[in-house]
Design a protein around this ligand. Structure first.
Ligand SMILES: C[S@@+](CC[C@H](N)C(=O)[O-])C[C@H]1O[C@@H](n2cnc3c(N)ncnc32)[C@H](O)[C@@H]1O
Length: 302
């Protein structure tokens, strides 16, 4: 059982310390969105990250006590120098690379070749040799990861695929009793009252998945596998926006501009001007973190 850590922006976690110093910026207080999950701001320092599809490319501040920071602090408590870590849905590998520096080896798995190419480039640039990136789609079918049975000792999944797609294969490649730590954002932010000032099509983009449904992404596959001992933590804190352009990027994304982009931008400028508190305009920032251990040997996968 892991207790809730008290975030201290001045005290970086081991995972964070193993990220390149350049990612943290000279003035952490200004450039960092989170106290701990500073890699989510690395797109500001490396253009390749946005070019290859990273979708958190906006500036905001997220309150302390959020799920991203809690996830990293919990990973720190779990990872040891002898671990072989498997990162499910590793994206461009920031977490995998940080964990490789703390563990014996790390393997990042993703189905997006563009992300994996960047992950391999970053590994080479940073001289991280004990890491491997594997292209694979978790689909809940019989496809096998190119990993030996019981070769993994810690499984992490930050915003990656849901457990119905990977749990049975993880039970093959990870040693019985291995810890598994998962974090899921709850889709988009819940709809704020000011969304009524936006075009209808954009209002429908607010899409928080209800708490029960997010929990079921974890609980339903665990029930099928007969795993009843697990912890869930739900985080709901404000994410603050002070710029209409960042709010636009958060809501509309980095893809092609919609035909009414200028109308949307004007509405968001009005919202920032008239609805801001001293900290800006908030959206809710919701995350579920789940932790469990794989069953001991003797309990066959369902
Ligand atoms: C939101 S990103 C998170 C990336 C990374 N874990 C991080 O913390 O930066 C989700 C990643 O999961 C990958 N993914 C989603 N579904 C997948 C699946 N079924 N099999 C393999 N990868 C998947 C996506 O390609 C994407 O890179």
């Amino acid at each position: 059982m892991v207790g809730l850590p008290t975030p201290d922006p001045a005290e970086r976690t081991a995972v964070q310390r193993s990220l390149p110093a350049g990612l943290l910026g000279d003035d952490g207080a200004v450039t960092r969105r989170y106290a701990r999950a500073s890699d989510l701001d690395s797109w500001q320092r490396d253009a390749r990250i946005t070019e290859r599809g990273f979708t958190h490319a906006w500036v905001s501040r997220v309150d302390d006590g959020n799920g991203e920071d809690f996830f990293l602090a919990t990973v720190d408590q779990l990872v040891g120098a002898d671990d072989v870590v498997l990162d499910l849905g590793c994206g461009h590998g920031e977490l995998t690379l940080a964990l490789a520096e703390l563990a014996l080896r790390a393997v990042g798995v993703d189905h997006d070749p563009a992300y994996l190419t960047l992950a391999r480039e970053l590994a080479q640039e940073r001289g991280v040799a004990n890491v491997r990136f594997v292209e694979f789609t978790f689909a809940g079918d019989d496809a096998r990861l190119p990993l030996a049975d019981a070769s993994v000792t810690l499984v992490v999944n930050r915003r990656g695929p849901t457990a119905d797609k990977w749990l049975s294969e993880i039970r093959r490649v990870a040693r019985p009793g291995s810890p598994v730590l998962v974090m899921h954002p709850a889709g988009g932010p819940p709809r704020p009252t000011w969304s009524r000032e936006l075009p209808t099509w954009l209002v429908s983009h607010f899409g928080a998945v209800p708490f029960d449904q997010v929990c079921s992404w974890v609980e339903a596959p665990l029930a099928v596998a007969g795993i009843t001992d697990y912890q869930l933590w739900w985080f709901d804190v404000p994410e603050w926006f002070t710029s209409a352009e960042d709010l636009y990027r958060r809501l509309v994304g980095n893809g092609p501009a919609p035909p009414d982009a200028s109308e949307v931008r004007a509405a968001l400028r009005r919202i920032i001007a008239h609805r801001s508190s001293t900290r800006g305009v908030p959206l809710r920032h919701q995350r579920l973190v789940a932790q469990f251990r794989l069953p001991d040997a003797g309990s066959p996968p369902s």
